[in-house]
Ligand binder design. Structure first.
Ligand SMILES: [Fe+2]
Length: 457
């Protein structure tokens, strides 16, 4: 197969008029069938899998995303090859038997074509489809499939959250980033196996290593497989979702369908999701770091969404840690600009990545040891990692529990006035736990439930 494809590529490549920039290429094309390039090469020590890289007529990379109103709507995305020119989501209330097929509704998808090329690797062109299904019942169970007449996915089954029960659970993952198929897959699968009844999954950035490298996105979708199509996700971009000149991964806005309610220019990277009792906010940390304009825009926006429409609980995710776990690493600019807002609005929990270790604490010290006790707001800061890349960990006193060289996933459950948090190792052992208890106008009460096991240092 490889040789056949290579021979074909030798003849086909010169016939195609593609503009290749150093490092990467991506562009949107007018819609119409065209030849797919299948010239193969290897780089960065990765074996390129055709199955993970190239689209076919059958939908792949199917993923659910949270909308800004996640109790009654859901966003659905998938990819096909360029011969498929239209896409539909069919959905119905789930039934015990196949009778749901007599009562289906359908929504046509938006389509965007994307061509990507990373370095010397082959060009990949795919059609990306996205749909927002609205008018769902809170607490309802639904089935859906995506595709077109002769190329449908299987029927996936989803459970909408029930706002009246006031209970919500989600899994939080730190950086997956490297060896995603080989070594991150067990983490997302163990997480799903341990807590299949969650309402969503949250990824705190650096889902992949090279922003435009399609095989890495292929591995990410492979690792989660049907879980991505069954449990909705939200994700915040890390520095590795950005390329040179602060260009966002070309796949990000095509393969995901995240809320557009953040500052202009930061669509699908800075946004808010509103449950009845929980506000989930993504900030774009790379743009905070690199752009004084986007820093200021995000500050003003965050202050306004937390002032105008507060919920009982607030979880914020962004990639760079406010308090670092890594020796000699510090994000002072981010801390100086955003911690005062977290304090002002009594943000409950901040979920971060980037440092490739685990640490969490209700901060009374900055990593340098300087006391800022008068600034305590009751916000819990967490840094975690789910992939295999590991860094050293510091001895900074802000961390009440820490770990190095440990792949983890976390489950967070909000039930009325209690937020319960548990961190599990990749092989399913409870590593850290606490509760936050909310009472009106006070800072949260912290109840540590740290297991007796030794810290992994
Ligand atoms: Fe990072």
């Amino acid at each position: 197969m490889y040789n056949k494809v290579l021979k074909l590529a030798i003849f086909v490549v010169p016939l195609l008029s593609l503009t290749v920039y150093s490092g990467f290429l991506y562009e949107n094309h007018a819609i119409g069938p065209e030849l797919q390039q299948h010239n193969h090469s290897q780089s960065e020590n990765a074996i390129l899998s055709e199955k993970l890289l190239y689209p076919s007529r059958d939908p792949d990379r199917i993923i659910l995303n949270l909308t800004e109103t996640p109790e009654t709507s859901i966003a659905i995305n998938w990819r096909t090859d360029t011969t498929i020119l239209s896409g539909t989501v069919e959905w119905a209330e789930a039934t015990a038997g196949t009778e749901f097929r007599d009562n289906t509704m359908s929504v046509s998808a938006d389509l965007e074509r994307l061509t990507v090329k990373h370095g010397e690797e082959p060009t990949v062109t795919a059609n990306y489809f996205s749909v927002k299904v609205e008018g769902l019942k809170a607490g309802g169970k639904y089935v859906y499939r995506v595709g077109t007449i002769d190329a449908w996915s299987e029927w996936h089954q989803i459970q909408m959250p029930d706002a009246s029960k006031q209970k919500l659970s989600f899994i939080y993952f730190g950086d997956a980033q490297n060896d995603i198929k080989s070594m991150w897959s067990r983490v997302i699968r163990e997480a799903y196996k341990t807590f299949p009844k969650i309402d969503f999954m949250l990824h705190a950035g650096d889902l992949i290593n090279r922003h435009d490298r399609d095989i890495e996105w292929g591995e990410w979708f492979y690792a989660g497989s049907f879980i991505h199509a069954t449990v909705p996700s939200v994700m915040t971009p890390g520095n590795h979702e950005y390329g040179k000149d602060i260009v966002l991964s070309p796949q990000w806005r095509r393969q995901f369908n995240l809320p557009l309610n953040g500052p202009k220019g930061l669509e699908e990277t800075c946004y808010v999701v509103n449950y009845t009792t929980l506000k989930v906010i993504s900030l774009d940390a790379e743009q905070i770091d690199e752009s004084p304009i986007y820093l200021e825009k995000q500050k003003i926006w965050l202050d306004s969404v937390l002032t105008a429409d507060p919920k009982k609980w607030t979880a914020i995710t962004f990639h760079y840690p406010v308090f670092s776990t890594k020796p000699n690493r510090d994000n002072e600019n981010l801390r100086n600009h955003f911690k005062p807002l977290f304090d002002k609005h009594k943000v409950d929990i901040v979920l971060q990545g980037h440092d490739h270790a685990y640490g969490r604490g209700m901060v009374s010290n900055v990593p340098t040891g300087t006391m800022i006790k008068d600034e305590i707001s009751g916000t819990m800061y967490v840094v975690s990692v789910s992939g295999p890349k590991m860094y050293d960990i510091s001895n900074d006193p802000w961390m009440e529990r820490k770990a190095r060289n440990t792949q983890l996933f976390q489950i967070i459950t909000i039930d009325d006035n209690t937020l319960s948090y548990e961190a599990y190792t990749a092989h399913g052992e409870l590593y850290d736990a606490f509760e936050l208890i909310k009472s009106a106008k006070k800072i949260n009460k912290l109840v540590n439930r740290i297991p007796a096991s030794d810290e992994r240092l």
